[in-house]
Design a protein around this ligand. Structure first.
Ligand SMILES: [Zn+2]
Length: 104
């Protein structure tokens, strides 16, 4: 019996590709290289009996969007941290003035 391996669309997390295995329904992690499409190809799934594995075919557009969203989230986290640090700095300066009021 020769069944052609099914095509699966992975989810990219950095340089990793996560697929839901069509044979065992669990997630398998594969190296995905640098760019969307780098990890495409046939993979062996030795999780569930004698199966033909699967073919990874990354959705380049979806991965590019996911990467762009992750990048923007990182940037807004950094901005929030900077704003929090600035607020702490302002509060500290304010506190200093309160502790040392100018002489009259
Ligand atoms: Zn599996």
């Amino acid at each position: 019996m020769t069944t052609p391996p099914p095509v699966v669309t992975p989810r990219r997390e950095g340089r990793l590709l996560i697929v839901v295995c069509p044979w065992c329904q669990h997630e398998h992690v594969h190296g995905g290289g640098e760019s969307p499409g780098d990890g495409d190809g046939h993979r062996v799934a030795d999780c569930f009996g004698d199966n033909p594995g699967y073919v990874i075919r990354e959705d380049r557009i979806a991965s590019q969007i996911a990467e762009a969203v992750a990048r923007r989230n990182r940037q807004s986290e950094q901005r929030a941290e900077l704003a929090a640090a600035r607020d702490r700095g302002l509060a500290a300066r304010h506190q200093t003035k309160l502790n040392h009021p100018p002489r009259t």
